[in-house]
Ligand binder design. Sequence first.
Ligand SMILES: *Cc1c(COP(=O)(O)O)cnc(C)c1O
Length: 457
Amino acid sequence: MKKKPIPTKIYLTEDEMPKSWYNLRADMKEKHEPFLNPATLKEVTAEDLGHIFCDELVKQELDQTTRYIEIPEGIRDFYKMFRPSPLVRAYWLEKELDTPAEIYYKFEGNNTSGSHKLNSAVAQVYYAKQQGITHLTTETGAGQWGTALAMACAFYKIPLDVYMVKVSSEQKPFRREVMRTYGANVIPSPSDTTTIGRKILEEFPGTGGSLGCAISEAVECAMTVPNSRYVLGSVLDQVVLHQSIIGLECQTALKKYGVKPDIIIGCAGGGSNLGGLIAPFMGEKLTGKADYRFIAVEPASCPSLTRGVYRYDFCDTGKMTPLAKMYTLGSNFMPSSNHAGGLRYHGMSPILSKLYHDGYMEAVSVEQTKVFEAAERFAKCEGILPAPESSHAIKATIDEALKCKESGEKKVILFGLTGTGYFDLTAYKAYNDGTMSDYIPSDEELKKSFDTLPVIE
Ligand SMILES: *Cc1c(COP(=O)(O)O)cnc(C)c1O
């Protein structure tokens, strides 16, 4: 079949927009191990989770069998404000690399929060509103999730407390102002507003905080404020479900032009954008309809898939959340404060962990100076200033495209460009000044962290 000429940007029409999310778990013959209640070590029940999360989201979290879950009209209407996101053919990057490979990227940075996180934020706040919840809490690392959630909470008029990892709130004061403008209350974490925060401050005075610690504070706050719930921007199955909109749009857009990707690449922090991007393609692979190579890219300073262990662990430092079987560095692991590139979470989505463990997906880790070199190269030819997180995927894409140049293979590469880097200019400054360093944890350091993992029969 002769391909139609491919425009630089491929958009979907309103009719072509997905009306359901795709639940990848339905096509996984082997599901990931269940979440465990931290107090009883028994499989969590809907009732356990209902204290922390909204009912409809608990239902989605525990649903392993419904293949397509309808996106309510209210959410689809909100999506129309910023979706579809463009699928872009990176003609200029291909030219710059002088590669025979075709490169496409799905750009999720075209909204004020600057990332894909709004896809799940809208859904979670919508369901909270439906349930009559009157207060929400969350954590944020780099700030994109907090911003996305602040936007959704402003729209649905629900007050929001955001526990922001302290180093990030210092590095990114402007991100904090965006959240405040949308009405969120931003608290640097660890803080003295929670029991767990005070305990961590006592134990590690001067700590810059971590996502695991901010999660604990946000969960504690949700349990103490009446009619409040906690929302999480990554890792959970429900978030991967909401993010499947990314992959579904890609699938339709590529089909329109008869393009089939050989390699699909995404950065991996907690795994939500990657899980969402690959979901429908992985579904085809699992059901034998097609084959693809999937590559998760993570920072060398926080390498949960490539150097972590596949074990049950807590999702937070305070050990309040359910235990998940996942690739983890240990919930006490604190990435180096020199690490500017985001993706600082100690664990990884249980869905992706399972797929990686079973050999359906590859993973690589990359050092941050190399990531920023790739970001600079991309910005100069494609125009978009990428988020450092997204630039991990750019780095791996460039490496694969250069391999094609060597071998002469004309592969099709699709990668997720998750966001823009306007709030990461402190990191870009370090890169431009030549003061950026690469921190890689030693085996001893990781072992020390693994030794603190919970022992589950
Ligand atoms: C949060 C974020 C990520 C990483 O989170 P995942 O859950 O792994 O997708 C990647 N890119 C950007 C721009 C982000 O904001």
